[in-house]
Design a protein around this ligand. Structure first.
Ligand code: UFG
Length: 335
């Protein structure tokens, strides 16, 4: 059984990936500093998978602590999620982002080099494409200047990984993950006021927020609101399993990158309407000003992931909006 170190393994995407790793016969070792999640998630992963998980509360910037994990376990590959991800916060506190996202990556890579481990899957983002000239974007589309320090940490992260010739690395460029596990035991746990669309919608629907503000309706799109490629978090989690298999079967790969999105673009109002219809809810929302730094439209050409990773998205937008609501209801009940 292959052992996979999952940094940030109790976060939103990390927790769903740990479940899919166990389902696929891997042995995950979870490292998380709990800065943006709760230890409860560990119990919930164990409830879903009926398996005890190894967990270390460690910050990936702490080299001594991180090294000790490699001394206790024979690690085959790493999936590196641990990073800050709030775009707005990164503009206010850029150094916090560079320190954690770049510092954490470098520390991890140093430990990997010292221990002779080369396999790594890196969490990247479609944010590296900035405002693309056209969509769908493929992996050869130009990398545009990042619109935030957060986005820049993903671009720099990819560059660092490209330069590290000792690695066998796959970077996955995530589009917009939403939804939750079908058991409603794990999902997105935003601390404070959510930045992202789906948790804002579900919190509004349940009454935690007064109303949703749709950021702008005069974009050059069919209904004037921005277009994104929303992907179910379980499909995204599965892409990591496929990426590991790709690495296993391509031992001489140095660095490769794959878009992980459904290939379909939806507007903000499409998401609101679908959420209302499928969950039989009327959502309070208003149109507000544009949000600084928002891209007008972006969706993925995912053909490279389909052909080379043998990955595909199996969940529909209906699954996404329903599972997100089911998760919000379960969260409310567990309080
Ligand atoms: N939106 C609203 N109201 C809200 C929140 C969002 O109208 O309250 C709109 C945004 O303007 C955007 C769309 O919903 O048009 C999606 O916004 P999100 O904040 O959910 O997602 P983003 O596309 O801005 O960014 C997300 C992550 C980033 C990541 C990026 C690309 O937050 O970390 O996807 O991967 F980099």
């Amino acid at each position: 059984m292959k052992t996979i170190l999952v940094t940030g393994g109790l976060g939103y995407i990390g927790s769903h990936t740990v479940v899919e790793l166990i389902n696929s016969g891997y042995e995950p070792i979870i490292v998380d500093n709990l800065s943006n999640t709760s230890i409860d998630v560990l119990n919930r992963i164990e409830q879903i998978s009926h398996k005890k998980c190894v967990f270390y509360q460690i910050d990936v910037c702490d080299k001594v602590a991180l090294s000790s994990v490699f001394e206790k376990h024979i690690i085959d590959s790493i999936i590196h999620f641990a990073a800050f991800k709030a775009v707005g916060e990164s503009v206010e506190q850029p150094l916090k982002y560079y320190q954690n996202n770049i510092g954490g990556l470098i520390t991890l890579l140093e430990v990997m080099q010292e221990k002779g481990i080369k396999n790594i899957v890196f969490s990247s983002s479609c944010t590296v494409y900035g405002e693309p000239d056209s969509s769908p974007v493929n992996e050869l589309s130009p990398i545009k200047k990042a619109s935030s320090p957060y986005g820049n940490t993903k671009q720099i992260g990819e560059e660092i990984l490209t330069d590290c010739g000792f690695l066998n690395c796959v970077a996955l460029r995530y589009f917009n993950p939403i939804g939750a596990h079908s058991t409603a035991l794990i999902g997105e746990l935003p601390l404070g006021v959510p930045n992202n669309l789906m948790p804002y919608i579900t919190q509004t629907a349940i009454g935690i927020r007064e109303q949703l503000t749709v950021f702008g309706n005069d974009y050059n799109t069919p209904d004037g609101t921005c277009i994104r490629d929303y992907i179910h978090v379980v499909d995204l989690a599965n892409a990591h399993v496929k990426a590991l298999k790709f690495i296993e079967t391509h031992p001489d790969n140095l660095f490769d990158v794959f878009n992980i999105g459904t290939g379909e673009g939806y507007t903000v109002l499409d998401i609101v309407n679908m959420f209302e219809k499928e969950n039989n809810i009327t959502l309070k929302y208003k149109i507000g000003p544009k949000r600084a730094g928002d891209v007008e439209k972006v969706w993925a050409d995912n053909s490279k992931a389909k052909t080379q990773l043998q990955w595909q998205a199996n969940h529909t937008l209906v699954d996404m909006v329903k599972s997100a609501w089911k998760w919000q209801l379960a969260l409310q009940e567990s309080k």
